[in-house]
Write a protein that binds this ligand. Structure first.
Ligand SMILES: Nc1nc2c(ncn2[C@@H]2O[C@H](COP(=O)(O)OP(=O)(O)O)[C@@H](O)[C@H]2O)c(=O)[nH]1
Ligand SMILES: [Mg+2]
Length: 366
C-alpha cells in the first residue's frame, strides 16, 4: 500500500513589481496595491508587463528625432497669409510678401517658395516648412492656376516614393510632403469666386485642404455668420470636401469631435504679429481708432479655434491622413500606371539605368 503523500505546497509566484523608473502612461492607470485587478489591463497572476511604457518610449523617441510639419498657404496677395502663419507660430517664420519677390515686382505666374525653421518647445523639435505661393490668383487670366500647386504637391509624393523604393533606403526619409494646405478666402461677404471653387475642387483630392476666411475683422459679426454659412453651402453644392473629411473619421468619438469642427468651418481668422496692452495684459492684436481686435480672443475671431485644431488636436492626424490617404492614393496610381512596377531614373538628367520593383516588393507605410 502506498503511503499518502501530502500535496506539495508551492510558494505563490512573486508578482513582479513595476520598476520604479517607469513613469505612468496616464494619471488614470492604477499602479499601487491592487493594480492588475480586473479592468486595469494587467493580471494579478502575471503582474506588470510594461506595455503602457510604449507611450513614454514614443515620447522619448520623438524628443530625440523631432518631426517634420509642412504647411502650404494659398490665396490672393495681401490676404494676410504671411501674417497668419507668423501669428500661428509666434515668430517670423514666413517672410512678408515683399521679401519673396524682391527681383520681380510683378510675378508672372504662381511661384512656389518654401522656407524651413526648427521650432523647439518643451524639448520637442519641429522642423516647420512654410510653402508660400505668391502670385496665386493675381493674373488677369487665372485659368488653371491650381496646376503648378498640384504639380508641386505631387512632386513631393514622387520624391518620397523614390526614397521608399531605393535599395539603399534612408533610415528616416525626409518628409517634404504637404501636410496641410490653408486656403485663404477673401472676406467679400458675397460668395466664393470661380477660382476658389476650381482650386478647392482639384486640391481637396490630393492634400488636406483647410479653407479659412481671411481678414475677418473687416466683416461685422452678422456678415461673418452669413458669409460662413454661404461658403459652407457652396462648398457642399460643389462637392468640395475639406479636412477633416467625414469618411476618415475613425470612430464615434472622432466623428462627434470632427462634426463640431466641420460645423464651425471655415474659421474666420485675424492675424497680427503686433502686441498691445489690453486690460493690463499683452495681447496680439490689430489696433484701430475704435479698439483692438484681439487675435486670440474667441469673441473677436476664430484664430484660436484654428490654432488649436491645426496644432494642438489634429497635427498628428494631418500627417497620418497625408501618408495613409493622399500619398497612398498617389502611390497606387503610379503603380497602376506602370502596370505594377515603379521605374526609377538613376539620374535626374539622363536615364543611366532603370530600377523596377514589382508591387509586392514596394514597402508600404512607414
Ligand atoms: N485687417 C486685417 N489686415 C491684415 C490681416 N492680416 C494681415 N493684414 C495686413 O494685410 C497686409 C498683407 O499681409 P500679408 O501677410 O503680407 O499678406 P500675404 O500677401 O497674403 O502674405 C499687411 O499690411 C498686413 O498687416 C488681418 O487679419 N486683418
Ligand atoms: Mg505673403
Amino acid at each position: 500500500m502506498s503511503e499518502m503523500v501530502p500535496p506539495e505546497v508551492r510558494p505563490k509566484p512573486a508578482v513582479p513589481a513595476k520598476p520604479a523608473h517607469v513613469v505612468p502612461s496616464s494619471a488614470h492607470t492604477p499602479h499601487g496595491p491592487g493594480a492588475g485587478g480586473p479592468g486595469s489591463g494587467g493580471s494579478t497572476l502575471l503582474g506588470y508587463i510594461g506595455i503602457d511604457t510604449i507611450i513614454e518610449q514614443m515620447r522619448k523617441k520623438t524628443m530625440k528625432t523631432g518631426f517634420d510639419f509642412n504647411i502650404m498657404v494659398v490665396g490672393h496677395s495681401g490676404l494676410g497669409k504671411s501674417t497668419l502663419v507668423n501669428t500661428l507660430f509666434k515668430s517670423q517664420v514666413s517672410r512678408k510678401s515683399a521679401g519673396w519677390s524682391r527681383d520681380e515686382k510683378i510675378p508672372k505666374t504662381v511661384e512656389i517658395k518654401s522656407v524651413s525653421h526648427v521650432i523647439e518647445e518643451g524639448g520637442v523639435k519641429m522642423k516647420l516648412t512654410i510653402i508660400d505661393t505668391p502670385g496665386f490668383g493675381d493674373q488677369i487670366n487665372n485659368n488653371n492656376c491650381w496646376e503648378p500647386i498640384e504639380k508641386y504637391i505631387n512632386e513631393q509624393y514622387e520624391k518620397f516614393l523614390k526614397e521608399e523604393v531605393n535599395i539603399a533606403r534612408k533610415k528616416r526619409i525626409p518628409d517634404t510632403r504637404v501636410h496641410c494646405c490653408l486656403y485663404f478666402i477673401s472676406p467679400t461677404g458675397h460668395s466664393l469666386r470661380q477660382l476658389d471653387i476650381e482650386f478647392m475642387k482639384h486640391l481637396s483630392r490630393v492634400v488636406n485642404l483647410i479653407p479659412v476666411i481671411a481678414k475677418s475683422d473687416t466683416l461685422t459679426p452678422d456678415e461673418k455668420t452669413d458669409f460662413k454659412q454661404r461658403v459652407r453651402k457652396e462648398l457642399e453644392i460643389c462637392g468640395i470636401e475639406f479636412y477633416p473629411q467625414k469618411e476618415f473619421d475613425e470612430d464615434t468619438e472622432d466623428k462627434s469631435d470632427n462634426d463640431k469642427i466641420r460645423e464651425a468651418m471655415p474659421f474666420a481668422v485675424v492675424g497680427s504679429d503686433k502686441e498691445y496692452q489690453v486690460n493690463s495684459k499683452r495681447v496680439l492684436g490689430r489696433k484701430s481708432p475704435w479698439g483692438v481686435v484681439e487675435v486670440e480672443n474667441p469673441n473677436h475671431c476664430e484664430f484660436s479655434l484654428l490654432r488649436d485644431f491645426l496644432i494642438r488636436s489634429h497635427l498628428q492626424d494631418l500627417k497620418e491622413v497625408t501618408h495613409n490617404i493622399h500619398y497612398e492614393t498617389y502611390r497606387a496610381k503610379r503603380l497602376n500606371d506602370n502596370g505594377g512596377y515603379i521605374y526609377l531614373a538613376m539620374s535626374d538628367h539622363c536615364m543611366l539605368g532603370i530600377l523596377c520593383f514589382p508591387v509586392e516588393f514596394v514597402p508600404s507605410a512607414q
